[in-house]
Design a protein around this ligand. Sequence first.
Ligand code: GLN
Length: 536
Amino acid sequence: MSKYIFVTGGVLSGLGKGIAAASIGRLLESHGFKITLQKFDPYLNVDPGTMNPYQHGEVYVTDDGAETDLDLGHYERFTSARMTKYHNWTAGKIYDMIIRKERRGEYLGKTVQVIPQVTDEIKNAFRAVSSDNDVVICEIGGTVGDIESLPFLEATRQMRLTLGGDNVIFVHLTLVPYMTTSGELKTKPTQHTVKELRAIGIQPDILLCRTDRYLTQEMKNKISLFTNVPVEAVITAKDVDNIYEVPLIYAHEGLDQIIIKHLGLESTECRLGSWKSLVNRIRHPKGEVDIALVGKYAGLKDSYLSLKQALDHGGIANRVKVNISWIEAEDLEKGKIEKILRDKDGVLVPGGFGVRGIEGKIRAATFARENKIPYFGICLGMECATIEYARNIAGLKGANSTEFDENAAHKIFFKWRDLKGIQELGGNMRLGQYLCRIEKDSAAYRAYGAVEIYERHRHRYEFNPEYEKPLAEAGLFISGKNPDYGLVEIVEIKDHPWFLGCQFHPEFKSRPLKPHPLFKAFIGASHAHRRERRKD
Ligand code: GLN
């Protein structure tokens, strides 16, 4: 039977519960345990697929095509657990299941209530991924005290009641702020959030105290006294420069040993060597590169979270620090392109939806092609690069995607479900993992060193097969295709240091200990371009 760790958060949102849960996972894996993680979001949307990324952060896509919360990205980056649709649950999804059952008459006339029907369904979800895992780490979204998280917390309380304290523990992440005016750390918010938890029957076993400095023993004693948490389980979760340091901070505070003791697990040793050398490599880069990221930001960089991580991984692989200039695509439409992109070492146009900023992104691709600056186009960025090639090299005036111009003279991209023969895939997005077969003698092959690769998708529009021939004849190199549907997956320009666009999202599969080949190659090419330029 699996054991459970429930991770909750208090005081305010944004304390980093996802990274805390992922770091616990990393520590337990380092001890040789088989673990997995799950995220429970108390909001009523069925999944985050339709939620605004500028409010909610990126939508993370799993191999099986689930559109999930961005914390699942942390789980996959920090641990070897693989995420599926069973690893992210929302109140909307739970209620949707219950209401469907109720309509089918499966409750046999009973009154359907939060307790027990909703809590039972949540408990089924906790168990949905437990097979052959030693420990399941379940992160409960939201902040303790929110009305909507109550059924989830109640379900965790019931789990402890039935499975016992050896099998279920509660970890609570809280804030211990430093008041500059009085020059002291404050424990009151922590006292209050634990009081809130205890009022609903949950006594935390471990407190992770987010602070900007180490807690003194006296501080820990005080927190312990007021919260009824043993003093050795009051852990300093100190701020770090890089998220990958978090597991090391926790290990330093002895968190892994406390969890092992609580759950009665048997561990021989903790192997954190490769993680330590990773952190060391991040701390001591041997150079740097400046990458222009041309997108739509509206202030929330979490909407490109995996991308930022993947770029960092590409940097780790090349031992360079990656500096990102976040560039508003619309600014490039206003004629300032030369000034903005001139001294960048690489240009990346990421995924996106909607027409705003498109012409700026297309111009960025033109600029990178003409000036031989490494260019990496992801999904929408690949579409922009192809459109720019069609317009400016293949002479197809008015080339566009029907997403931006329904009546384009040359519909280079159009809705994939309109393609004959693939309607049976259903839905209106191509989601999740698909096979891509790569041509040898391509930048893609040099990066992957493999002919067959699998990558994750999340898009509606596809390369129109009618334009494959004219664009190839004009010199666009189609270096990767999906053999099942004949869909174009990768395009390149050969007479260029590194110019590649892919229809899929490689950022979802990049890991700090296993940087994605395309990000490694792109950062490598950008670094080479920088050195070349400095020589002139
Ligand atoms: N909007 C484009 C499409 O749907 C690109 C999507 C993306 O970049 N994820 O095809």
